[in-house]
Structure formats: structure tokens, C-alpha cells
Design a protein around this ligand. Structure first.
Ligand code: DX5
Length: 226
């Protein structure tokens, strides 16, 4: 398995304490974190409402690389708001895209990297088919909508299939896993071939988020060095 990129542990803002988000971002930054994931939910595609573009602005102002995970029914309509806010990657769900490859091309034309996500019940075939146009392939390991859910290990074959395809075609594409990732399962994700590991509660709900972040990184990296 070629891990094309240095593994990144990516704290998810959804699990942050809104009363002290800026402070929490500084804490994980001090632990070496450089990438934050912002979960956008529209109360329609998922039964929850979350953040708007201002939260991307906050993370960018703090100096982070940012992926915006659009759990919305109309990703291409709202995309420009998050591009304007400075997001580096825009991820849309395949379940709401008529033509995933075309949608990824449109996102790239906006000047940001394209991300394509699959929910647990969605197979990985569509994502594999569009992979040439994808800069980040996201495999959800929970039903999207809420943090703090249980990790779904049965999603790892999708990660393995993506890793095989990306390595075989030498593509420059992140494989991201998101949902229920913690210190006890992050090695499983990395060993399956994921190199971008989103963790919300495991970081921001920890007593010591900086230490939690460092432990996640250590466990993930150990899995691909062995
Ligand atoms: C769920 C979100 C996840 C979530 C991860 O819909 O997409 O990013 O915030 O949170 P944890 O790591 O707590 O499952």
C-alpha cells in the first residue's frame, strides 16, 4: 500500500465547544494540527443543522487547511459561499449528485479541491467511477448528522477498494474516513488505506484535546509504519 500523503488527523468542528471554539482551535494547533473539517448540515439531507461559511472563515483566520463537508441536498448551490469563505476542499455527497464527475469538475472550476462522500448504505462504485475528478474521497463510518456515534468497521472494504484504485492509477487523492474515529480504531482506518482521519469527539470532548490529538496521530502513523 502506498500512502501517498502524510497521514492527517483532522478534528471536526462539530464536536467543538461553541463558547470557546477559537481557544480550542489554538489548543489543537499547538499540538501540531494543521487541518480542520467543517460539517455543514441543512436539516434536510441530514436531520441536523450546523455551521455556515463564517465557521470556515474562523478556521482559515486561525491558519488551518479546511475541508468543508457539505451534508446538504443542494451542494453546488451553496458551494460558492464556502469558496468565498476560503475553504480549501469542498466535499459533496454522491447521493444528491446527478452526475458526480461533472459536479467534481464544477467544484474544481471554482478554484478549490473536490471531495466526494458516500454514506454507509451507499456502495463505493460510484465514487470509484468518478475518482479521476476527485481530490478527496470520503467514506462515512457513521450515518451522517451527528457526532459521538459508534464507528462502523464494516466500511473499511470501501477504503481498501479506494486505496487499490488510487495506488494503481497513481492518483493524487486523499482517502478520508469520518465518524466515530478514536484512538482504538484509527489504526484500523490507516491500515485500510485512509490518510485523512476526521475525529470530532475523540479530540474536542477529550479532557486534554492536544494530548488526544497527538495520541491519534501516533496510533495512525504507527499503523502504516509497521
Ligand atoms: C457526522 C459528521 C462527523 C462527526 C464526527 O455527520 O460528519 O464529522 O462530526 O464526529 P465524531 O468523531 O464525534 O463521530
Amino acid at each position: 500500500m502506498i500512502v501517498a500523503k502524510t497521514l492527517a488527523v483532522v478534528p471536526s468542528l462539530l464536536a467543538g465547544d461553541l463558547a470557546r471554539l477559537g481557544e480550542q482551535l489554538e489548543v489543537v494547533k499547538s499540538a501540531g494540527c494543521h487541518w480542520i473539517s467543517v460539517d455543514v448540515m441543512d436539516g434536510h439531507f441530514v436531520p441536523n443543522l450546523s455551521f455556515g461559511p463564517d465557521f470556515v472563515r474562523l478556521a482559515k483566520k486561525k491558519g488551518f487547511y479546511v475541508d468543508t463537508h457539505l451534508m446538504v441536498t443542494n451542494p453546488l448551490q451553496v458551494a460558492p459561499w464556502f469558496v468565498e469563505a476560503g475553504t480549501d476542499i469542498l466535499t459533496a455527497h454522491i447521493e444528491v449528485l446527478e452526475n458526480p464527475a461533472e459536479a467534481m469538475k464544477q467544484i474544481r472550476k471554482m478554484g478549490v479541491k473536490s471531495g466526494l462522500a458516500v454514506k454507509p448504505k451507499t456502495n463505493v462504485e460510484g465514487l470509484l467511477g468518478a475518482i479521476e475528478n476527485v481530490d478527496l474521497a470520503l467514506v462515512m463510518t457513521v450515518e451522517p448528522g451527528f457526532g459521538g456515534q459508534k464507528f462502523m468497521a464494516d466500511q473499511m472494504p470501501k477504503v481498501e477498494a479506494l486505496r487499490r484504485k488510487i495506488d494503481a492509477e497513481r492518483l493524487d487523492c486523499w482517502i478520508q474516513v469520518d465518524g466515530g474515529v478514536n484512538a482504538s480504531n484509527i489504526a484500523t482506518c490507516a491500515a485500510a488505506g485512509a490518510d485523512s482521519l476526521v475525529a470530532g469527539s475523540a479530540v474536542f470532548a477529550a479532557k486534554d484535546p492536544a494530548a488526544a490529538f497527538r495520541e491519534l496521530e501516533k496510533n495512525a502513523r504507527a499503523a502504516v509504519q509497521s
